[in-house]
Design a protein around this ligand. Sequence first.
Ligand SMILES: CC(C)(COP(=O)(O)OP(=O)(O)OC[C@H]1O[C@@H](n2cnc3c(N)ncnc32)[C@H](O)[C@@H]1OP(=O)(O)O)[C@@H](O)C(=O)NCCC(=O)NCCS
Length: 156
Amino acid sequence: MTPTPTFRVRLVDWRDASAVLSRIRTTVFVGEQKVPAEIEIDGRDPECVHALAESATGEAVGTGRLMPDGRIGRMAVLAEWRNRGVGAAMLEALVEEARRRGFREVYLHAQIRARDFYLRHGFAVEGGEYLEAGIPHVGMRMTLGDGGQVARGKRD
Ligand SMILES: CC(C)(COP(=O)(O)OP(=O)(O)OC[C@H]1O[C@@H](n2cnc3c(N)ncnc32)[C@H](O)[C@@H]1OP(=O)(O)O)[C@@H](O)C(=O)NCCC(=O)NCCS
């Protein structure tokens, strides 16, 4: 039996890891999902904290980001690494970081096909569906508890 490959998730700054993070996102969003590169690279990355998932051999396999206003986004796992808990572990790391920063809520714009993934991890749908980069999305939000800063939740 083939053992399940292991991975680890850590939080990184854009200035230290932009090359590996960009590579994953370009592969998944631009290559696979045909999102225009100028939408994918929105200039907000330096102000975000990023989750980086790496295999046991140090290969970068997934990423996601937390924006200063509590928005989680750009969740991407290389196709051959999906359905092994990498996305869940990255989401958990970003939510944990939001808690550590004292946010009361986090929110995101989920692709419809990823909605159940976020529902399973405690997010609730808010509002109806809409198109973003030509892909159907829905707003989702999760309350983290009392105290701290409230995520503004404005769409950009
Ligand atoms: C969404 C995504 C980050 C999840 O990562 P992951 O490592 O596969 O997540 P996990 O292994 O923790 O969970 C897998 C679950 O997510 C579901 N899933 C949600 N969206 C999915 C997608 N777009 N593609 C594949 N599986 C997806 C799987 O069906 C699976 O469900 P199950 O647990 O009932 O089997 C990953 O599928 C991905 O990169 N998709 C392409 C990019 C994308 O759509 N990003 C989300 C933008 S909102």
